[in-house]
Design a protein around this ligand. Structure first.
Ligand SMILES: Cc1ncc(COP(=O)(O)O)c(C=O)c1O
Length: 496
C-alpha cells in the first residue's frame, strides 16, 4: 500500500508500504510542532531528530527521544524515522539506532510496528502512581514475567464457593451497617491462624489498604517511616503521597538488618514497615533468630511495626512475626490476594486496639466494611478441603518453579538464594541493557529501579545519569515449561 504524506499540507511525498491507515500524515519538525499543532500523527524526519541528538550512543539517542516525548514535542502515534535514515543522518551504524529503539521499546515509550515503523506509545494510565507506572510501562511481550501476580491457574476455584455461599440464605449480617465489620466465622478462623494473639482483628480491602490506613492513623505529615530497601514500589509511592519520609533499611538473607534498623530508628523513624516472609522483590524471609534480634533493637525505641505478610498462604516459610515478641507494638497484615485471588480484595489486619479501633472507625465513614458476601466466600475457601488443597498445591508449585529457575541459572554459573514466594531478584551487569536483551527475547520482567527505597523520585530507567548495575525482578510464579529458555535469556541479559 502507498500512502500520500503531506508536508505541512503543501509538499506531498510517497511512502511505500507505510501501513499506517491514514492518508493525512504530516511530516513534522520538533521545533515547529510547538507553534503549529498538526491534526494527525507526525512522521519525524531523520535530519530533524538528528539535530536534537548530542550523544550519538544508543543510550544518548534513546534519552533524546524520551526527553522529547516527556516534553510533549513527540506525541502518541508519532512515527520515528527509520533506523537507516537516522543512522545516515547521524553518521552512526544502523545497529546504534536500533539499540536506541530497542531501549525505548523496552520501557514502553515506543513500539515497533514492523514495516509501519516505530511509533510513540501513549503514556500508561495517569491514574497509576509513579512507581506503578514504571512497572506497568513496557511493550507487550511473548512471556510477561513482570507482574508480581499469582498464576491464575493456581488459584482455588471460586465458582463452587460462590454457589455454596449463594445457596445459604442471605446471612442477616450482609445488610447491616452497624454490626461488626468482620463476619464472626472469619474472625474465628483468623484468630486461630494468627501468629500472635492480637487485641483486635479486622478485614480490609487488601494489604496496601491495611498499610495505608494504618499509616494514616499513626504517622503525621513529615513523619519518618523505615522501609525495606529494596522494597515494594507502591509502598514508596504511598509514603511519598502521605507526605512521610522514607528511611531505607537494608536486608540480608535473614531479613531486615538489625544495625540498619537501629540507624533508621536513631534517625527518628516512628513506624517500621516490614515484609516478614517471601519479601518482594528479594524472596527473603525473616528467621526467628532475626526476629529476636530486631525485637531487641525495637525495645530500645518507641516505634510501631507494620508487618506486610503479602504472600500469606502461598509462602513456604513459617509465619514468623514480631507480634509474638512485641504484641502491643505490631500491626500484622495478611493478604489473601496471592493465595485466593487478588480480586477478592481481602486482607486481615490484627494488632493493638489503639491502632485498630481508630482504623475501623475511620472506615465506617468510608467503605464501611469489606463486602461480607466476599468474606463468606473466603470463609468457605478457608474451610473447604478442595480449596485448601488447591492453595497447598499452589504453594508446592511455586516452590518447585523457584527451584527450577534457580537450578537452571546455576547451570549458567549464576547463584541466587533459595528465597520464597513468586518473585526472584536477579543482579544484572546493567539494568537497561538487561531489559533490552530480554525484550528482544520476547520476555518482560520488572525493572529493578522502582524497588529502590533510596532517592526522591523513582529513577527513570532512561535517566541519563543512571549508573551501570542493578537488578531485574522476575515473577517466577508464572514460569512453567519455558524455564530453561528463560534461564538462558536471563544469563545472557545479566552478563556484561
Ligand atoms: C509486598 C506487597 N505488599 C502489598 C501488596 C498488595 O497486596 P494486596 O493485593 O493485598 O493489596 C503486594 C502485592 O503484590 C506486595 O507485593
Amino acid at each position: 500500500m502507498t500512502v500520500r504524506v503531506e508536508h505541512f499540507c503543501t509538499v506531498t511525498e510517497e511512502y511505500p508500504d507505510a501501513n499506517i491507515g491514514t492518508a493525512h500524515v504530516n511530516i513534522c519538525t520538533v521545533s515547529r510542532r510547538v507553534s503549529s499543532v498538526p491534526p494527525a500523527a507526525c512522521i519525524l524526519t531523520g535530519m530533524d531528530l538528528a539535530s536534537h541528538v548530542d550523544d550519538r550512543s544508543p543510550r544518548g539517542i534513546a534519552a533524546t527521544v524520551a526527553r522529547l516525548v516527556r516534553g510533549g514535542d513527540l506525541r502518541p502515534g508519532d512515527r520515528l524515522p527509520t533506523v537507516r535514515t537516522l543512522a545516515a543522518d547521524l553518521g552512526v551504524s544502523p545497529a546504534t539506532v536500533s539499540g536506541a529503539w530497542q531501549a525505548l521499546s523496552a520501557v514502553g515509550i515506543v513500539i515497533s510496528r514492523g514495516r509501519a515503523g516505530t511509533v510513540v506509545l501513549p503514556p500508561p494510565a495517569s491514574w497509576l502512581p509513579p512507581r506503578y507506572r514504571e512497572l506497568a510501562g513496557g511493550a507487550p511481550a511473548r512471556l510477561d514475567l513482570s507482574t508480581g501476580t499469582p498464576d491464575p491457574e493456581l488459584l482455588p476455584l471460586i465458582g463452587p464457593a460462590l454457589s455454596r455461599v449463594a445457596r445459604q440464605r442471605p446471612a442477616a449480617d450482609t445488610g447491616a451497617y452497624v454490626t461488626s465489620p468482620v463476619v464472626p466465622a472469619l474472625e474465628v478462623l483468623l484468630r486461630d491462624s494468627w501468629p500472635f494473639a492480637p487485641q483486635r482483628i479486622t478485614v480490609v480491602d487488601g494489604a496496601l489498604d491495611a498499610i495505608s490506613r494504618t499509616l494514616e492513623r499513626v504517622a503525621g505529615y513529615g513523619s519518618r517511616i523505615a522501609v525495606e530497601d529494596p522494597g515494594f514500589p507502591p509502598l514508596f509511592d504511598l509514603v511519598d503521597q502521605l507526605g512521610l519520609e522514607r528511611v531505607p533499611v537494608t536486608l540480608d538473607r535473614h531479613g531486615m538488618r538489625p544495625d540498619a534498623l537501629e540507624r533508621a530508628l536513631d534517625a527518628g523513624a516512628g513506624v517500621v514497615v516490614v515484609q516478614p516472609r517471601a519479601h518482594n522483590p528479594t524472596g527473603v524471609s525473616m528467621t526467628s533468630t532475626r526476629a529476636r534480634e530486631l525485637a531487641a533493637v525495637l525495645r530500645r525505641h518507641d516505634a510501631l511495626v507494620v508487618e506486610d505478610d503479602h504472600s500469606g498462604e502461598i509462602a513456604s516459610a513459617r509465619d514468623v512475626s514480631l507480634g509474638s515478641l512485641l504484641p502491643d507494638r505490631v500491626v500484622h497484615v495478611r493478604s489473601y490476594s496471592k493465595s485466593h485471588g487478588p480480586d477478592l480484595r481481602i486482607a486481615a489486619v490484627g494488632g493493638p486496639a489503639s491502632v485498630l479501633d481508630g482504623l475501623v472507625a475511620r472506615r465506617m465513614l468510608g467503605p464501611g466494611w469489606t463486602s461480607r458476601l466476599l468474606q463468606h466466600v473466603l470463609v468457605d475457601l478457608l474451610t473447604d478441603s478442595t480449596a485448601i488443597e488447591a492453595v497447598a498445591h499452589a504453594r508446592r508449585v511455586y516452590h518447585a518453579r523457584r527451584r527450577a529457575l534457580r537450578d537452571a541459572l546455576a547451570g549458567h554459573g549464576i547463584t541466587i538464594d533459595p528465597g520464597d514466594g513468586i518473585n526472584v531478584w536477579l543482579p544484572v551487569h546493567d539494568e537497561r541493557t538487561a531489559l533490552v536483551r530480554l525484550e528482544a527475547a520476547g520476555i518482560r520482567v520488572a525493572p529493578g529501579a522502582p524497588f529502590s527505597a533510596d532517592g526522591g523520585q523513582p529513577a527513570g530507567p532512561l535517566a541519563a545519569d543512571a549508573a551501570e548495575g542493578g537488578h531485574v525482578r522476575i515473577t517466577v510464579g508464572l514460569l512453567g515449561a519455558e524455564v530453561d529458555d528463560v534461564a538462558l535469556a536471563l544469563a545472557l541479559a545479566a552478563a556484561p
